[in-house]
Design a protein around this ligand. Structure first.
Ligand code: AMP
Ligand code: FE
Ligand code: FE
Ligand code: ZN
Length: 291
């Protein structure tokens, strides 16, 4: 196994995949096997707010002849919006980033318990049901509550849970602590990482941040946008492409695979070789692993 950037690229690249270290349903190794089966040759593991899956995923990916890019999807918040910032190739031991992700994960636990308490007013659901759906030490999120609701026979799948009981409109929702996007971008950049806003142009409650605010993030070191993602609106993608061209930013395309937890399949969107090269060049906090 060799490490570090090299000039040989191995696309197709999918730079947004989740394992059961957060809210995906498969182990990191299984996620890499699924990506490979779907034709992916460069893959990033991007669990929410943690890096514990890197070693297992890297071993599996390299064993399959793939290039592995270490990543994470950092939770942030702008006003009422949940904003997700993808970080690649940062130093996983960076003290500020380690402290902030620990704070987010810790607060997510109490928040999930509060949501469950709210739901338990009307449905037969307990915190133990949620723990039974959560891999040891995983970053807890609403998807795990969805899985507990499925197990209890209250909903059919995660989609039904998110459309109903877990939707903020249902009245059971509670927020969790998350830093503002400026802090999130700075943390990733200062740890040597490449900060890319995940699915920046979804519709509804988390719709796009105002362009002047995005431009402020660019000033803070934001490297680019995940433009090709199934939840971005077409109008939003056009705005993002324009902004990226104007500021010479990286644009990526990825699946946001969650195993059985979402319909998204590895490789349904991919990142262009030229953009992959820019990510690899810009990330200095940790190394991509190559076969
Ligand atoms: P949380 O961060 O705990 O509020 O939960 C948000 C997570 O739920 C996101 O990371 C998504 O991956 C997942 N999610 C959001 N909507 C859906 C959906 N309709 N079906 C499955 N998973 C979803
Ligand atoms: Fe997720
Ligand atoms: Fe996300
Ligand atoms: Zn994601």
């Amino acid at each position: 196994m060799t490490t570090g950037a090299s000039s040989t690229l191995t696309g197709p690249a999918d730079l947004h995949l989740h394992s059961n270290h957060s809210d995906g349903t498969e182990t990191p190794a299984e996620v890499m096997r699924q990506a490979h089966r779907h034709g992916i040759r460069t893959a990033a593991l991007t669990d929410h707010d943690r890096t514990t899956g890197w070693a297992e995923a890297a071993d599996a990916a390299v064993g399959l002849g793939m290039t592995f890019i270490p990543g994470m999807e950092l939770s942030a918040k702008h006003e009422w919006r949940s904003v997700h910032v993808l970080g690649y190739l940062f130093d996983p031991d960076d003290a500020d980033l380690v402290a902030e992700t620990a704070r987010i994960r810790g607060d997510r636990v109490g928040r999930a318990e509060r949501i469950v308490r709210n739901i338990a007013r009307d449905y037969d659901l307990s915190w133990d049901d949620v723990l039974a759906q959560t891999a040891a030490d995983a970053t807890v999120g609403r998807p795990h509550i969805a899985d507990a609701l499925i197990e209890r026979g209250i909903v059919r799948d995660r989609t039904e849970a998110f459309d109903g009981i877990l939707n903020p409109r249902a009245g059971y929702y509670e927020p969790h602590y998350a830093p503002d996007p400026v802090t999130a971008v700075r943390l990733i950049s200062r740890a040597g990482g490449v900060a890319i806003i995940a699915h920046p142009a979804t519709s509804g409650r988390d719709r796009m941040m105002p362009v002047p605010f995005i431009e402020r993030l660019i000033g803070e070191g934001l490297a680019g946008f995940e433009v090709e993602h199934r939840e971005n609106t077409e109008a939003g993608k056009r705005v993002l492409r324009d902004l990226a061209a104007r500021h010479d930013l990286i644009v990526t395309g990825s699946s946001d695979y969650h195993g059985a937890g979402k319909p998204n399949r590895p490789g349904e969107n991919i990142t262009a070789d030229e953009m992959l090269a820019r990510v690899l060049e810009r990330g200095t906090g940790s190394a991509a692993l190559r076969p």
